[in-house]
Design a protein around this ligand. Structure first.
Ligand code: IPE
Ligand code: IPE
Ligand code: MG
Length: 248
């Protein structure tokens, strides 16, 4: 049976987050430069986005560039920023045709000016689309985000707008970059690495983690469907016991 047909549409994760990893290794295997891997990764983004949208996922969040990725060789960083600009320009019409609302999280001010400008334009141009929200994590790391949140909250306490006792899980969530997005139920990482690499540490508190050996440029719609089916076969207990969450 078609993998897509095996998905229970009533239990599709609302929000899937993906650590898109393995572009460099993919390129090396092809005997190409690392940047060729990143270029081919754009096709995988298209596959994942369309697959998610087809089965009713409402939020897809992709780790595209981490705070730590600034430490890569300058030519790779430049190539990635250039690819981002070119991709945003070439894909904008398709995002609008497919009802995709673009969003971004991270230290966007640290991106080169043209990059940030094009990004903001694409975000504005897709703002009224409501089929699926595609969030790109750019110059993002979870610890950076949490420190930023602490500063914002500390400032509110200093000015007397809030009392320390008002700080709750809900309030912290409101001050994270992901404000307004539900927590991801499923986190996928490609390329066989089994780590989280500073991604959405607060938000994935109860996410199901799914690791696949597929390198990101090879990721296809069926890989997303396989991950969703795997997710649907798990029992999410949230600290309770099996009988409480699946009563017989
Ligand atoms: C992921 O692929 C893309 C980014 C981090 C920007 P990598 O570039 O990390 O690929 P590998 O891990 O070296 O294979
Ligand atoms: C994580 O991948 C960041 C992105 C996918 C953008 P990395 O390839 O940078 O992660 P590490 O350094 O291997 O953990
Ligand atoms: Mg990597």
């Amino acid at each position: 049976m078609d993998l897509r047909e095996r998905i229970d549409r009533a239990r599709v994760p609302r929000h899937i987050a993906v650590i898109m990893d393995g572009n460099g290794r993919w390129a090396k295997r092809q005997g190409e430069m690392r940047v060729a891997g990143h270029s081919h990764g754009v096709g995988a983004v298209r596959e994942a986005l369309m697959a998610a949208s087809e089965v009713g996922v409402r939020y897809l969040t992709l780790y595209a560039f981490s705070t730590e990725n600034w430490n890569r060789p300058q030519e790779e960083v430049d190539a990635l920023m250039d690819l981002l600009v070119r991709t945003l320009m070439s894909e904008l019409d398709s995002l609008n045709e497919n009802g995709v609302r673009l969003n971004a999280i991270g230290d966007l001010d640290s991106l080169p000016g043209d990059c940030n400008g094009i990004l903001q334009k694409a975000i504005d141009s897709t703002a009224s689309n409501d089929r699926i929200t595609l969030t790109l994590a750019l110059s993002y790391s979870s610890r950076w985000e949490i420190v930023r949140t602490m500063r914002l909250l500390a400032e509110k306490v200093r000015t007397g707008e809030i009392d320390p006792a008002d700080i709750s899980e809900e309030l912290v969530s409101e001050f994270l970059c992901t404000r307004g997005l539900p927590d991801p139920e499923l986190l996928i990482r490609t390329s066989g690495e089994r780590r989280v690499s500073n991604f959405l540490l607060w938000q994935i508190a109860y996410a199901e983690l799914y690791f696949t050996d597929v390198l990101w440029p090879d990721f296809k719609k069926d890989d997303l469907f396989t991950a969703i089916i795997d997710y649907q076969n798990r029992e999410r207990r949230f600290g309770m016991i099996s009988e409480q969450v699946s009563p017989r």
